[in-house]
Design a protein around this ligand. Structure first.
Ligand code: GLA
Length: 383
């Protein structure tokens, strides 16, 4: 990828890149919508990354290009307006620059920038956190600066929350920053505090990308966020992580039905994350799989962020030998389902599910046998 990216950079800018950085997409393993409620979550970094190549300029001009849109976008320093239309992808690197400035971090004056991705877009695999973290590492290197990993993650999230405008939690950026091969990233989101849990040998991840996305996805995410905050308020706690099942039962009559359902999902899901850590440490993959399935059913019933496509995939996967468990991964309302499997599950079984899905929905899902990868890395620094 490094060579392909350098070649593309030369084609676009007629010069060599000085700096190359990469950051991975992620799987949300378990802990659905727990992050902004202060709870724990487990994720895995993928071996698929967003790569950023950059060369500094002396004239202060800032030029942006990427592999999914033609042309070069020139955006003056200090721009606070969000880009719309075909330039909207650039809100990620621009948002990162704004977040770096706001955090008192040095930013480069002028540069030529190119991003390329092997993370599927719009699949719920967090290509957005990957572009945020890889961009931030490249900008830091260009400015001759560095920050601790926690700060890199915080800058990525700030860009997403304040510039891109999505009130996400710390999951995506945290996993993209702290990911390690063959490990799950555990995040205690209130801290936040980052840790890792080894993946038992013989764990395989399969991702089924539906290529569907609810038209109102951003609005639905914000609505869930608000409903959770409303539930916490009625229960009388700062965040749902502070509520117990007994507190929920005691306040059920005061909660709107919607607030009750959202709180029920989050409180149960927080418990499932803890149980998953214990089962993982014991190497008990069948027990982990059951928790993944319970998580999906809870998303479908209580949080109402699944879709007919995701439910169909999870039901098909559950019936396959070699599948420990499956669930929607990420925000939901479309996107992808992921399965934790033994080596027994392979392409043949994937294709069978794909054919059944085609017969039902008229198109095939994209199937990825995903490998875990390392977190955000500066591949080539400035000389
Ligand atoms: C999206 C957000 C994350 C998290 C998940 C749901 O991926 O970006 O912060 O809230 O949804 O768990």
């Amino acid at each position: 990828m490094k060579e392909v990216l350098s070649k593309r950079f030369r084609e676009v800018y007629s010069r060599d890149p000085e700096i190359i950085a990469k950051a991975p997409g992620r799987i949300e393993f378990i802990g659905n919508h727990t992050d902004y409620n202060g709870g724990p979550v487990l994720g895995a970094a993928l071996d698929r990354c967003v790569w950023v190549a950059l060369a500094r300029r002396d004239d202060g001009r800032r030029r942006f290009a990427c592999d999914i849109r033609p042309g070069i976008l020139e955006i003056p320093a200090g721009t606070t307006e969000r880009q719309t239309g075909s330039g909207s992808w650039a809100n990620y690197p621009i948002g990162v620059l704004a977040a770096m400035r706001a955090s008192g971090t040095a930013v480069p004056a002028g540069f030529d920038y190119l991003a390329a991705s092997s993370v599927p877009m719009g699949a719920g695999l967090s290509s957005s956190a990957a572009i945020e973290l890889s961009s931030c590492l490249a900008f830091l290197a260009a400015a001759g600066a560095s920050v601790p990993l926690e700060a890199l993650v915080a800058i990525g999230r700030k860009a997403e929350n304040e510039f891109v405008g999505v009130p996400c939690g710390i999951l995506d950026q945290g996993v993209s920053g702290f990911g390690r091969v063959d490990q799950l990233v555990y995040i205690d989101c209130r801290g936040p505090r980052f840790d890792s849990v080894p993946l038992p040998a013989g764990s395989n991840f399969w991702i089924f990308n539906t290529h569907t996305k609810h038209a109102l996805i951003d609005g639905l995410y914000s609505a869930r966020h608000q409903e959770c905050m409303e539930a916490a308020k009625v229960i009388g706690v700062p965040l749902l992580v502070d509520a117990t099942p007994a507190m929920l039962a005691a306040t059920e009559k005061n909660l709107s039905r919607t607030a009750y359902k959202r709180a029920r999902h989050v409180i149960d899901e927080i418990a499932r994350v803890g149980q998953a850590v214990t089962a993982l440490r014991a190497g008990d993959l069948p027990a982990v799989g059951k928790l993944l399935l319970a998580s999906h059913r809870s998303s479908r019933t209580w949080f109402e962020n699944s879709s007919p496509e995701l439910d169909f995939l999870v039901d098909c996967l559950e019936a396959e030998p070699g599948v420990y468990g499956a669930r929607l991964t990420g925000g939901g309302f479309g996107g992808a389902a992921m399965a934790l499997t033994s080596d027994q599950f392979g392409e043949k079984a994937g294709n069978r599910i794909s054919e059944a899905y085609l017969a039902r929905f008229g198109s095939k899902p994209e199937i990825i046998h995903a490998r875990t990868g390392d977190g955000a890395t500066l591949v080539t620094g400035a000389k």
